[in-house]
Design a protein around this ligand. Structure first.
Ligand code: PLP
Length: 813
């Protein structure tokens, strides 16, 4: 936007005065932040209205991205960058004696997601707007986002994330667009004009109220919408009959029962709990979202038969897969279409992303739970299932009862959401090449045989304008002065940096920037934890959800071994290292929480042991979220991506680290494989079992963790140290971890990969010591990270899955 600092200053002071009725110097940082947000919203508002008008009048095909989670983080800095107002605002505010940095700090993260899946949805919204694709988010406005993590006595303790207490400047409540969502009750049937009709009676209705947040495109005047739904009681605030009789608690009961639906985000990552409230949440935003899409569509005057040519609906994992029967319900019961027409439209509209192969994460709902809560939806799922089984038997002549049972949507008293999503959509994509191959050849092979055309790969991507431009401004400046700013819109241009791989002056500048970022992080750690770490040491970072498959404990066991070696020989010549960890564990995931306690216990021992001469330090940074990631990743030298091969569908943390110049230490899992292909084997450090080896062990059952334990003395020593009093905790404290590794035979091959990991660690340490060599690796990683921009990912979703028009891009892959 073209606004001078002087105009900006005038606009800002007026907004601040109108909102606070105070002189500028009497206002609080929160008031100043709110005024800045409000002013930006005013600027954005005009672009937003124009974008919507264009969509309406041109009847453009719209994409709706349904996701249970949107982990957007903060908006202020990104919006300023996207409006090209950052420098202007900084200057104007400075004249008022206000620090923009301080206002950016005031904003709290919108943490409506668990991890990668939710962050992906946020990065995709950005890319859709930035590519001028008419694409919007649809989700839930949880009053409490992912819990706040504190570490007390080494343990994770969870606190509610009350992100709305100071009100959210970026959203608009659209009360006039509220809709009702119906639960429970029963279905009555009757005949009308020779057609069987269904009537839902005695239901409980909940009001779904949308809150819209503008999603800006980068420098292109496009503003799309993130619409999050909030549950409210239908008859306003309370039950007057109860109230007037003095039953004050019951008077608010209905209101509370309704509002509880959007009270909390379930904190489980990669585990499903099958809770009724979760099912209510899933139907809640799916039903509200579809109703509002129908209303918008009807305003265009296009006949309903052409719905699929004007609307694409994408479901992020199976959580929104009730969109399939819900869209069927609307088309059948409200639009009076026949089953065949409704089915053609539904499958043509809906596409599905699979995020996991782990069976504990696959959603399956007890049949009776769904039937009780959603009687009409259950009838439709039943009919979809019957027709699908009939197709297998009659059209495809399947006779293998086991296979038919495995593919059924309803079986063993459960409704399998992945099967529903596959049958009811036209596209199923995996999120990295390896993951998609595993889906096709293994996990979903039976479906691949009958629907090969539905399966495709879309490797995940990240919003490079956040993870580079916003999170690492110094690196952004260096890149811009070296190769120009074309990479901001065309991230593949980062490849031009390859020319500077061996350029000593460029290497030194990059080293200085990394060092400055490390100093900055070290200062934060000192301020928050009173712990001093050396910015000249290697910053070796593992930041992600805590999960056994992600193997934080592999990292820890290796650190213990290093520590033992240093105790034996304090003069051992290793490059000093700081091991940094961050991540939340699901509150119900006991072993993962024990891993956090183990990290902190070991940190206490090692950080206070002066005999090892500060050669290693361990830091656990609490409350991992987008903001912490944005500080941690630009300061990382080593990116730990060490999941058991085949388990990490893609990973996106790996891409963010690489883009900020960290070198990846990795198994050949998820998108690590593609990172290797981009940078070449010399610029990544690999170790461990491959996916097919992992599968072979599972199939043949011939892995024996005890053998590895008994035959690897260094490893045996550290595992014994977990329970022999070596650590200052009761001996049984870490027994559950040891049991998983030995008695339960190490499902994730931690012991099997230990030696290979230790070798890789030693190698990467040697590379770091050779500064020229290291900087060359680092530059290669930055230069090759462009393909992992969500811009490319979304470009492929747009052409390959959604078939939406977009402005042609000036890039070619
Ligand atoms: C990117 C990101 C993740 C995903 O990290 P992975 O290493 O891919 O698991 C999780 N949480 C936050 C806050 C992120 O920014």
């Amino acid at each position: 936007m073209k606004i001078t600092p002087l105009e900006f200053k005038t606009d800002y002071t007026e907004t601040l005065r109108a909102m606070t009725a105070k002189h500028v110097d009497e206002t609080s940082p929160l008031e100043r932040y709110n005024a800045l947000g409000t002013l930006l919203k005013d600027y954005i508002g005009e672009l937003w209205a124009n974008t919507n008008k264009t969509y309406r009048t041109q009847k453009t095909k719209q994409v709706y991205y349904f996701s249970m989670e949107f982990l957007t983080g903060k908006f202020l800095a990104n919006n300023l960058i996207y409006l090209d107002l950052y420098a202007t605002a900084e200057k104007a505010l400075k004249e008022l004696n206000i620090s923009l940095d301080e206002l950016i700090e005031v904003e709290v993260d919108q943490g409506l997601g668990n991890g990668g899946l939710g962050r992906l949805a946020a990065c995709f919204l950005d890319a859709m707007s930035s590519l001028s694709i008419p694409g919007h988010g649809c989700g839930i406005r949880y009053k409490n986002g992912l819990f706040e993590q504190k570490i007390i006595n080494g343990y994770q303790v969870e606190y509610p994330d009350r992100w709305l207490v100071n009100n959210n400047v970026w959203e608009y409540k659209r009360a006039s667009k509220a809709v009702n969502v119906k639960y429970n009750g029963k279905i009555e049937t009757y005949m009308e004009n020779g057609r069987l009709k269904f009537n839902h009676v005695d239901y409980d209705a909940v009001r779904a109220v949308p809150y819209d947040t503008p999603i800006l495109g980068f420098d292109n005047n496009t503003v799309n919408t993130l619409r999050l739904w909030s549950a409210e009681e239908i008859n306003d605030v309370m039950d007057f009959e109860h109230f007037s009789k003095g039953n004050y608690v019951s008077a608010f009961e209905k209101k509370n029962n309704a509002e509880i639906i959007t009270q909390i985000l379930y904190p489980n990552d990669s585990i499903e709990e099958g809770k009724l409230l979760r099912l209510k949440q899933e139907y809640f935003f799916v039903s509200a979202g579809l109703q509002s899409i129908l209303m918008t569509f009807k305003k265009t005057g296009v006949p309903i038969e052409a719905f699929a040519e004007h609307v694409a609906i994408h479901i992020n994992d199976t959580h929104p897969s009730l969109a399939i029967p819900e869209l069927m319900r609307i088309l059948l019961d409200e639009e009076n279409l026949t089953w065949d027409v409704a089915w053609r439209i539904t499958t043509a509209c809906i596409s599905y992303t699979n995020h996991t192969i782990m069976s504990e994460a696959l959603e399956k709902w007890p049949y009776f739970m769904i039937q009780d809560l959603l009687p009409r939806i259950t009838m439709i799922i039943e009919e979809i299932n019957n027709r699908f089984i009939a197709k297998l038997k009659d059209a495809l002549h399947y006779t293998d009862e086991q296979k038919i049972h495995d593919m059924a949507i309803i079986a063993d008293g459960l409704v399998r959401m992945a099967n529903l999503a596959i049958v009811g959509s036209h596209s199923i994509n995996g999120v990295a090449k390896l993951h998609t191959e595993i889906l096709k050849n293994n996990v979903l092979h039976d479906f691949y045989e009958i629907y090969p055309e539905k399966f495709n790969n879309k490797t995940n991507g990240i919003m490079h304008r956040h993870w580079l431009l916003n999170a690492n401004p110094d690196l952004t400046d260096l890149v811009t002065e070296t190769i120009g700013d074309g990479f901001k819109k065309n991230p593949l241009a980062l490849r031009d940096l390859l020319k500077y791989r061996e350029d000593a002056s460029f290497q030194n500048k990059l080293f200085d920037i990394k060092h400055k970022n490390k100093e900055h992080l070290a200062n934060i750690i000192f301020k928050e934890q009173g712990l001093r770490i050396d910015p000249y040491s290697i910053f070796d970072v593992q930041a992600k959800r805590i999960h056994e498959y992600k193997r934080q404990h592999l990292n820890i066991l290796h650190i213990m071994m290093l520590y033992n070696k240093l105790k034996e020989n304090p003069n051992l010549d290793i490059p000093p290292r700081t091991f940094l960890f961050a991540g939340k564990a699901a509150p119900s995931y006991y072993v993962a929480k024990q891993v956090i306690k183990l990290i902190n216990t070991l940190a206490d021992v090692i950080n206070n042991d002066t005999s090892i001469k500060d050669k290693i330090k361990i830091v656990f940074m609490p409350n991992y979220g987008v903001s912490l990631a944005s500080r941690l990743i630009p300061a990382a030298d080593i990116s730990e991506q060490i999941s058991t091969a085949s388990k990490e569908a893609s990973g996106t943390g790996n891409m963010k680290f690489m883009m900020n110049g960290a070198v990846t230490l990795a198994t050949l899992d998820g998108a690590n494989v593609e990172i290797m292909n981009e940078v070449g084997e010399n610029n990544i450090v690999l170790f461990g079992l491959k996916d097919d080896e992992v599968y072979r062990y599972y199939e043949q059952g011939n892995y024996n963790a005890f053998d590895v334990y008994n035959n690897t003395p260094d490893l045996k020593q550290v595992i014994d140290q977990l329970t022999n009093g070596f650590l200052p905790v009761p001996k049984e404290e870490f027994l559950p971890i040891v049991e998983r590794l030995l008695r339960f035979n190490d499902e994730f091959f931690v012991l099997k990969d230990f030696e290979s990991y230790s070798d890789a660690q030693e190698r990467i340490g040697l590379y770091y010591r050779d500064k020229r060599h290291w900087m060359k690796m680092s530059i290669t990683n930055i230069a090759c990270s462009g393909v992992f921009s969500a811009d490319y990912t979304i470009d492929k979703y747009a052409s390959g899955i959604w078939h939406v028009n977009r402005k042609p891009l000036d890039f070619n892959l």
